[in-house]
Design a protein around this ligand. Structure first.
Ligand code: ADP
Length: 302
């Protein structure tokens, strides 16, 4: 697949269309109210035979696939698998940031042909600019994308409130805890109101207590906005705690070897063990990893 092919720009909700739409009311652009009344807020992600080979010739390395994805609008899907199996690669492919080698990707029914703008991405590293305050880090989206300042300011204020960041607006990243920095990077990923949120181990560097709280806060935010979320994690608790579905990947070249529908009520509690079903979901993932040789646990003395 080549991004220099001509074709429609993927993405269902370009910023131009929002600004040019005379019917568009400013209050509709605020994340919460807009999402509640709009069932199509999340984009679908469909991939067929998605494959990635890095390099060429003797240096070619088969990193991923083929894999298929069928992610519904507004669904929360996690990818879990051992290091190096191609999780980050999958995320880069569906955002268009990295071209795929074979197969196809459609975002909301449109073939993916170039990097998409209708997306928010959160990485393990918060990637905030140290010389900008938290609010100015979030508002960088307005500057880069040339969006309406008042609309984005209003969305940013809403996100700061939902993410328990009120009071942190004028602080610099070095004045914030690790958890707060990740919250700011989530606000930055959502302030332009994208239809999908891609998260690559976003809580991987946080302590367990902070992780549990931020997991809950992300779940609440997602429940209110219904963005489509593709979430990468090494944590079984996090995958089960957040997802509608967990896709389990094999070792490199990564393939999807199991799909687990997480049928638990929301919002989910801090202690997932409150659900008897939780142990079953977690056991299933551990068993797959044992079968694939990701885990090799022996008996004492063996
Ligand atoms: P994961 O996110 O599951 O840890 P990645 O998607 O980062 O895995 O990487 C999958 C495999 O592809 C790894 O073996 C990694 O070393 C390799 N890889 C990732 N990016 C590149 C690249 N740009 N060039 C060559 N190999 C790469």
């Amino acid at each position: 697949m080549r991004y220099d092919e001509s074709g429609d720009r993927p993405g269902r909700q370009g910023e131009e269309s929002v600004q040019d739409d005379p019917e568009h009311r400013e209050e509709d652009a605020v994340v919460g109210p807009r999402a509640k009344g709009d069932a199509t807020i999340g984009a679908s992600i469909v991939a067929r035979g998605l494959t990635k080979i890095y390099g060429q010739g003797a240096d070619a390395f088969h990193a991923l696939g083929p894999i298929d994805l069928d992610i519904r609008p507004g669904e929360f899907v996690s990818l879990i698998g051992p290091s190096g199996c191609g999780k980050s690669t999958t995320l880069l492919l569906v955002s268009g940031l990295e071209p795929y080698s074979d197969g196809s990707v459609e975002i909301d029914g449109k073939p993916l042909r170039e990097p998409i703008s209708d997306v928010g991405i959160v990485f393990q590293d918060h990637l905030l600019l140290e010389f900008r305050t938290a609010m100015r880090n979030v508002m960088i989206q307005q500057e880069i994308r040339g969006l309406d300042k008042a609309t984005l300011r209003s969305r940013a204020a809403d996100l700061f409130e939902r993410l328990e960041l009120t009071g942190a607006e004028n602080r610099y990243p070095w004045q914030l805890s690790g958890g707060m920095r990740q919250r700011v990077s989530i606000a930055r990923a959502l302030v332009h109101d994208p239809s999908m949120l891609l998260m690559d181990e976003p809580f991987g560097a946080l302590d367990a207590i902070t992780r549990t709280q931020i997991r809950h806060d992300l779940e609440m935010l997602w429940l209110n906005t219904q963005k489509t979320v593709l979430f990468i994690t090494h944590s079984i608790d996090e995958a089960v705690g957040l997802s509608d579905r967990v896709l389990v990947m094999s070792k490199s070249p990564g393939r999807i070897v199991d799909e687990i529908v997480i049928d638990l009520p929301r919002p989910r509690p801090a202690h997932l063990g409150d659900y008897p079903e939780f142990a079953g979901y977690a056991r299933r993932i551990y068993e797959i990893f044992e079968k694939l040789g990701v885990y090799r646990f022996g008996q004492a003395g063996s």
